[in-house]
Design a protein around this ligand. Structure first.
Ligand SMILES: [Zn+2]
Length: 286
């Protein structure tokens, strides 16, 4: 079944022969194995589909039919409202308004892995020259045709941009990428002086709500998610790619049902005590 798969060495330390942790089926039923680097502890999926094969895991069903791994209709008003609510919270945590108000007119932003373009839309409504890129054609079509946004279909690594950006965002995207390091290095080059990188991703390791769930953790969706960073691992990677972190927060617990008291208490604790299974950060060029 796994026609074109590749074994992966550790992105942080280059070590091969990682230790297998467990296997889990994809939405199509093919098993994928989560491994852990024996030297540095980094968790990732190996073997994995080659980059040229990954597109089929993001065909329209990823955004419209799955409820437990992709999205239950990503294009619905309810999902859009929820995404916009989380974006607003994230921006507050990252000191966005201050950053934005210090920028003059003509401020430019790029959202990598922009999905249906909700963040691009948010920025455009605040007078940003904002654009997005995504590998999922369905999403790009929705963003450009229904929302009229400047969103392109393709691989960021293959795109050349004429002008630099004041803000580059990777919302819940880096865990999907085959080459996080190359993407971060390119983002560093594509940022204007004083620019910011905003990034969110699921958080592994440390004291963390993820530990309650074992292999059932909500972000262990293979092979859509390929990398599971701890904060020290991500900070290390960012440093090597020329960034330093300016803001760091965690949020989310996955405990209880959405809307339940348990979820509310757990989410509150996750955020307050840096125990969240999502992390959020802002970085600038070193
Ligand atoms: Zn390693």
């Amino acid at each position: 079944m796994q026609a074109m798969s590749e074994h992966v060495t550790c992105i942080l330390c280059g070590s091969g022969a990682p230790e297998p942790l467990f296997s889990k089926p994809s939405a199509c039923g093919e098993p994928f194995t989560l491994v852990r680097c024996r030297r540095c502890g980094m968790r990732f999926v190996s073997p994995r589909p080659e980059e040229t094969e990954i597109g089929r895991y993001y065909e329209s069903s990823y955004f419209t039919t799955r409820t437990d791994r992709g999205y239950n209709n990503y294009f619905s008003p309810d999902v859009r409202k929820e995404i916009e609510r989380v974006i607003a919270l994230n921006l507050g945590d990252l000191g966005f308004e201050r950053f934005e108000s210090d920028l003059g007119p003509g401020r430019r932003a790029l959202d990598i892995g922009c999905a249906a373009g909700y963040f691009v839309n948010y920025l455009a409504s605040r007078n940003w020259d904002a654009q997005g890129i995504d590998i999922a054609p369905e999403c790009v079509r929705f963003a450009s045709e229904s929302l009229g946004l400047n969103v392109t279909h393709g691989n960021y690594l293959e795109r050349h941009y004429q002008s630099k950006f004041n803000l580059i965002t990777l919302w819940a995207t880096i865990e999907h990428l085959h080459h996080p390091q190359r993407v971060l290095e390119k983002a560093r080059d594509d940022l204007a002086d004083g620019g910011r990188l905003y990034l969110s991703t699921c958080r592994a390791g440390d004291i963390n709500f993820m530990q309650l769930f074992g292999s059932d953790w909500r972000y262990y969706n293979f092979p859509e998610h390929l990398y599971f960073f701890s904060y020290p691992a991500l900070k290390n990677l960012l440093r090597r790619c020329g960034f330093e972190v300016t803001h760091y927060r965690t949020y989310g617990s996955g405990a209880g049902k959405p809307g339940s008291i348990l979820r509310k208490v757990a989410d509150f604790s996750a955020k307050k005590f840096y125990m969240g299974d999502m992390m959020l950060l802002s970085a600038r060029a070193r």
